[in-house]
Design a protein around this ligand. Structure first.
Ligand SMILES: Cc1cc2nc3c(=O)[nH]c(=O)nc-3n(C[C@H](O)[C@H](O)[C@H](O)COP(=O)(O)O)c2cc1C
Length: 148
């Protein structure tokens, strides 16, 4: 059983909807799951061995404001997260061709810089072709949870 923290980066609620859909699935697989859309602290991260980032993209490839302080702190301070593993679900829209899923990609990169080990491939959900991001995430998590 793993202790999982789902880190939600959202401006308009889609990423929160995805996180809320995934929580019971991961709990059903025997994991302890916390969800936060607040700016998590390093202590929050350290209390969980597994992180699952569910992060939208806003502006022009930007990280949503609620999770931006965490991403900036990690980038600046580079805490040692080598004991942590993580997965990433990035939400975006292909009509923003050059910045598609930029928010999730940036958080992914910052966790990698801190030494965390990625589990599974990043899921990138395109709002222009998938109006229900939770459906795609629920399919993805079936294989991801087996790797946790
Ligand atoms: C003002 C605005 C800017 C956006 N910019 C981007 C972008 O640069 N790249 C991208 O892939 N998606 C972009 N999106 C699409 C959102 O990331 C996508 O709709 C996502 O599902 C929103 O999730 P949220 O409701 O959790 O914030 C943008 C959406 C809005 C409304």
């Amino acid at each position: 059983m793993a202790s999982i923290l789902i880190l939600v980066g959202t401006e308009s609620g889609n990423a929160q909807m995805v996180a809320d859909a995934l929580k019971p699935v991961l709990e059903g697989a025997g994991h302890a799951v916390d969800v936060t859309d607040k700016a998590a602290t390093k202590a929050d991260l350290e209390a969980h061995e597994m992180l699952l980032v569910v992060c939208a993209t806003h502006g022009s490839g930007d990280i949503p404001t609620n999770i931006l302080p965490l991403a900036e702190t990690l980038e600046r301070e580079r805490p040692d997260l080598s004991a942590h593993r993580y997965g990433v679900i990035a939400l975006g829209d292909m009509t923003y061709q050059d910045t598609f899923c930029g928010g999730g990609k940036k958080v992914d990169k910052v966790l990698e810089l801190c030494g965390a080990k990625k589990v599974g491939a990043r899921l990138e959900v395109d709002a222009s072709s998938q109006p229900l991001p939770d459906e795609e995430a629920l399919t993805w998590v079936e294989s991801w949870k087996a790797l946790v």
